[in-house]
Design a protein around this ligand. Structure first.
Ligand code: PLP
Length: 264
């Protein structure tokens, strides 16, 4: 019976400040009622002001974490976050092919808000060529989507073209997050589904500095909802609503971009 409790996995980096990366994923997954396991790919020294240092985990230890989880838990869905460099991306891809952890949500994390690189430049093509084809859903923001496709985004038509290109590169579904767009009133996300249907998710922009970990939170929520049996569309809608609430209730801790409040 115990194996029937929905179990999910996050494959990502830590945040010593507790606001983004694996801590944000695990808090989100817990709040959404699933059990969270984790593969730590990189460790960061980080707080609300930025990333002070980061160190990838040795390949062997990443393999061992995957094996430990696969030998014991029954993972229904998983997500990736910070993957650091080419070796770590390849190690994660190899393990995802080896084990069946259900639908994969790829959050192609590249740069933290403070400007720190969480994925090296030479790893971007490996994410594109080797990880994207495994993805049930990819959740890039605008700069990440442009990096992956080599395209530029100036308007809504460009957003649609870029999403289509990401699908051509192998991601089944695309959630292109518009939070980085110039529009000051709205944060519009575009969703392109596997069957070609699409939709815009429009939400008023929330004026706050406490936005640390938003990308992690929406992708972790979607992963949890998929594991609970929701469709991709339902999971994305729930994710969007959940992240909005967590931003609205953002917590004033630290001196920089404070974390979200996952307790909503
Ligand atoms: N640190 C880690 C380990 C992350 O995975 C992420 C985002 O995915 C961040 C930092 C970036 O957080 P933000 O850009 O929301 O401040």
């Amino acid at each position: 019976m115990i194996n029937d409790y929905p179990q999910v996995l996050t494959i990502a980096g830590t945040d010593s400040g507790g606001g983004a990366g694996i801590p944000a994923d695990v808090k989100t997954m817990q709040m959404r009622g699933v059990y969270a396991a984790m593969v730590v790919v990189a460790v960061t020294a980080q707080n609300t002001l930025g990333v002070q240092d980061a160190m990838p985990v040795p390949e062997k230890l990443i393999d061992e974490q995957f094996a430990s989880i696969a030998n014991d838990l029954k993972i229904r869905a998983c997500k990736t976050g910070m993957l650091a460099d080419p070796l770590r991306v390849r190690t994660v891809v190899r393990n995802l092919k080896k084990y069946n952890f259900g639908p994969l949500i790829v959050d192609p994390v590249m740069v933290a808000k403070g400007g720190a690189k969480l994925l090296s430049d030479d790893a971007i093509t490996i994410v594109r060529d080797e990880l994207l084809p495994l993805a049930s859903l990819i959740t890039p923001n605008i700069p990440e989507a442009c990096e992956l496709t080599g395209m530029t985004i100036k308007d809504k038509n460009d957003i649609k073209s870029v999403a289509k290109e990401l699908q051509k590169l192998g991601a089944k579904n695309v959630l292109l997050k518009g939070g980085h767009a110039q529009n000051k009133d709205h944060a519009d996300d575009y969703v392109l589904f596997e069957d070609g249907n699409d939709l815009w998710l429009t939400a008023p922009r929330i004026n706050t500095k406490n936005t640390h970990g938003t990308g992690d939170t929406i992708s972790a929520c979607i992963t949890a909802e998929i594991a609970k049996g929701h469709s991709m569309e339902q999971a994305i809608m729930i994710g969007k609503t959940y992240v909005e609430k967590t931003i609205q209730k953002g917590i004033n801790v630290g001196h920089g971009h404070g974390p979200l409040n996952h307790w909503v």
